[in-house]
Ligand binder design. Structure first.
Ligand SMILES: *[C@@H]1O[C@H](CO)[C@@H](O)[C@H](O)[C@H]1NC(C)=O
Ligand SMILES: *[C@@H]1O[C@H](CO)[C@@H](O)[C@H](O)[C@H]1NC(C)=O
Ligand SMILES: *[C@@H]1O[C@H](CO)[C@@H](O)[C@H](O)[C@H]1NC(C)=O
Ligand SMILES: *[C@@H]1O[C@H](CO)[C@@H](O)[C@H](O)[C@H]1NC(C)=O
Ligand SMILES: *[C@@H]1O[C@H](CO)[C@@H](O)[C@H](O)[C@H]1NC(C)=O
Ligand SMILES: *[C@@H]1O[C@H](CO)[C@@H](O)[C@H](O)[C@H]1NC(C)=O
Ligand SMILES: *[C@@H]1O[C@H](CO)[C@@H](O)[C@H](O)[C@H]1NC(C)=O
Length: 399
């Protein structure tokens, strides 16, 4: 039935509707690669003409400041082939150089930025990643986690720009090297809006299956490193903190053996790679912490073991699966002493891969759960015994 004239009057004209729709589309930032985040769109005229250590004057999608060099795969420097993490192009940031682009973010939401980076010289190199007006983090590129010479990292922040105002995402080389051709190479920059999964009803752990985390490219075969993050409110791995000075690796089921679902955490660098969470507990109540320990399937050299902490309990779990399983269950019971109890995990050993003997690897942790095993914490046998004694005494007095 055709709408009557009065009904029709309420319908907005098609043009307005389309305009509204396209405006919505323009405002909502999609998860994934940012505008020219892989640097494959090169400036008009190409990368040619910019010699070693010579910067480009423009870069599609980005604003540049300082010497920003477009690096092409196969390009050599001092006999060494420069690393391009993905595709044909990447950029290198010279001393104090910066690239930035504006993003429309939702105020108050937490986002994770994923990017690949490689250092070019042996010097201490780091990269300052910031989102204005929100936060800055210096990411240390000193440790080589992978023999490929580059790694993917993720960093999270909470958007603070008013809705409608732009936030500025920037990458800056804070270094002042004598050699201007030293400086980090960056590539594959993506962003993802994070959400904090609801805590399951019978489980005190948030995101214990690690399914929610930073953006990972489908073919990102090295996983994503999560550097130190002491702020549990803005973590690239919602619910969790990386409280050590080294990173842990976020791995996916397409390239690694993951015990459950599509994501898990691979612990690296022994005690220097710790993940933790403060879980809500009831004082004096008994709990069971259960989790899965596994091997990532990345030819990590045995032995693999995880040290697990739950309140005042600590125990190590050696990975010794039965049959051809790639993971095994583990559990610890503990009595909560406060309303929040820390659970934490690190790798007992410093493991490297058997094929290259230098890439860092370690045990995988997944399916972390904490649940109460004593129903009423205040009522324990000694308490019942004293209550019984009191009742008996009262009866005797009354009698
Ligand atoms: C470019 O970088 C220099 C040195 O860090 C800084 O002083 C200057 O303000 C920057 N320019 C812009 C337009 O951001
Ligand atoms: C990942 O996949 C995309 C699209 O299929 C491709 O362009 C890119 O080169 C791949 N990257 C790597 C590191 O294989
Ligand atoms: C780099 O980031 C750190 C904070 O993480 C900050 O203290 C430092 O000033 C930044 N350096 C530059 C050059 O922006
Ligand atoms: C803790 O959970 C594990 C796995 O479900 C179970 O085997 C173990 O018996 C539980 N511990 C206690 C004390 O209930
Ligand atoms: C072990 O592997 C064999 C062959 O791949 C398979 O048939 C068997 O089901 C596996 N066993 C377990 C416990 O996964
Ligand atoms: C739970 O821990 C106990 C004691 O360490 C162990 O005997 C039992 O096999 C574990 N259960 C599971 C399911 O891992
Ligand atoms: C039982 O309660 C008593 C008194 O409240 C306390 O001292 C004791 O530690 C409790 N025992 C257990 C196993 O929780």
């Amino acid at each position: 039935m055709a709408p009557s004239a009065t009904q029709r009057a309420w319908l907005p004209p098609l043009g307005v509707l389309l305009l509204l729709l396209t405006r919505r589309a323009a405002a909502a930032l999609e998860d994934g690669l940012v505008n020219n985040g892989d640097f494959e769109t090169v400036p008009a005229g190409g990368a040619s003409g910019s010699g070693l250590g010579e910067g480009v004057s423009s870069l599609p999608g980005w604003t540049i400041n300082g010497t920003v060099e477009l690096v092409e795969s196969g390009q050599k420097q001092g006999g060494m082939i420069l690393i391009v993490p993905q595709g044909v192009h990447a950029v290198r940031l010279g001393n104090d150089a910066e690239i930035s682009q504006e993003l429309q973010l939702e105020k108050g939401s937490t986002y994770a930025v994923t990017f690949s980076a490689a250092r070019t010289c042996a010097q201490l190199e780091s990269l300052n990643v910031s989102v204005w007006p929100a936060a800055t983090q210096a990411v240390d590129l000193q440790t080589l986690y992978s023999v490929e010479g580059w790694d993917a990292y993720a960093w999270a922040f909470q958007a603070q720009a008013e809705d409608g105002a732009a936030s500025k995402l920037s990458f800056k080389n804070p270094g002042m090297e004598d050699d201007p051709t030293c400086g980090p190479i960056i590539d594959n920059i993506a962003i993802k809006k994070l959400f904090t999964p609801d805590r399951p009803e019978d489980d005190a752990v948030v995101n214990g299956d690690f399914e929610e985390g930073p953006w990972m490219f489908l073919n990102a075969s090295l996983g994503v490193l999560l550097p130190t993050n002491l702020d549990e409110e803005t973590s690239a791995l919602p619910g969790w903190m990386v409280e050590s000075n080294r990173a842990v690796r976020y791995v996916d089921s397409y390239h690694f053996d993951v015990p459950q679902g599509k994501r898990a955490i691979e612990l690296l660098s022994g005690k220097e790679g710790i993940i933790s969470q403060m879980v809500e507990t009831t004082p004096e109540k008994q709990y069971n912490l259960t989790f899965t320990v596994g091997a990532a399937g990345d030819s990590c050299q045995a032995p693999l073991a995880v040290m697990a902490f739950a309140g005042d309990q600590a125990q190590n779990f050696h990975y010794s699966p039965t049959g051809n399983a790639t993971h095994q269950p583990a559990n610890i019971t503990f009595t909560a002493r406060a309303e929040r109890t820390r659970i934490a995990f690190y790798s007992v050993y410093y493991n490297t891969r058997s094929d290259d003997r230098s890439s860092l690897c370690g045990p995988v942790v997944d399916e972390v759960r904490v649940w109460g095993i004593s129903r009423s914490p205040a009522v324990n046998s000694s308490w019942i015994a004293s209550l019984l004694g009191l009742v008996v005494a009262v009866i005797m007095v009354v009698a």
